[in-house]
Design a protein. Structure first.
Length: 219
């Protein structure tokens, strides 16, 4: 299955169905606590990763953080930034949002703070972040790597994995298991849609959400 087909299928689901599939398959759980800071747009796509670390006194980087990821990303891709240093400094900002939007990038997810939120809101560019700040990265944090392994919440994330983020949470799909996760999530979503139809047809909620619901994620 091509990456484009995977993303199309992913966009038809929500984070809850994928989260249930991850639980059923015993994979790293969905990530919570990272909020949509600009638009309410659901984003889904292939990942380009960025890992940040503490700045080194007196050191000067030849590239601004995030720029290599924007140049490497394709249309619809999602940039995932790990800024888990604990330093109050933005892992993403306004100029980057402009550049990413012009490139057709689907959005950014920051494990840590982001800034220039109002600017990204005016652009309609999707920024999901653990927190917000107005403090610059200059002299505080620096890019360690583009395209390497990062961690978001409890989830290990690799370059080329897949992600879906919406108002309920964020789910990461390891590339090598993406098809299996999607098939599992699609089955769960179909079952819950059938339950909703039964409910709207007059079935009692206690019947619809009976013992079968409680056991539907058992492995």
């Amino acid at each position: 299955m091509t990456p484009g087909t995977l993303v199309e299928r992913l966009r038809r689901l929500d984070s809850c169905a994928i989260s249930d599939a991850l639980d059923k398959l015993g994979l790293a759980p969905a990530v919570t606590g990272i909020a949509a800071r600009t638009t309410r747009t659901r984003i889904a796509g292939r990942i380009v990763t960025v890992k940040l670390g503490p700045g080194v006194a007196g050191a000067q980087s030849t590239r601004h953080l995030g720029t290599a990821a924007i140049e490497a990303a394709g249309r619809g891709d999602v940039i995932v930034v790990e800024q888990s240093t604990g330093i109050d400094a933005a892992g993403w900002g306004g100029v980057l949002s402009n550049a990413a939007q012009l490139k057709g990038i689907g959005g950014v997810i920051v494990e840590g703070p982001a800034r220039d939120i109002d600017e990204a809101l005016e652009l309609g560019f999707a920024v999901y972040a653990r927190s917000v700040t107005c403090r610059t990265a200059r002299g505080r944090v620096q890019e360690l790597a583009t395209g390497g392994a990062v961690r978001v919440g409890e989830a290990p994330v690799a370059n080329g994995d897949y992600v879906l983020a919406d108002s309920s949470g964020i789910v990461f799909l390891p590339a090598e298991r993406a098809t299996e996760i999607l098939e599992t999530a699609e089955a769960i979503a179909a079952r819950e849609a059938a339950m909703t139809r039964d409910l709207r047809s007059g079935a009692a909620v206690s019947t619809v959400m009976g013992a079968a619901y409680e056991t539907m994620l058992k492995r």
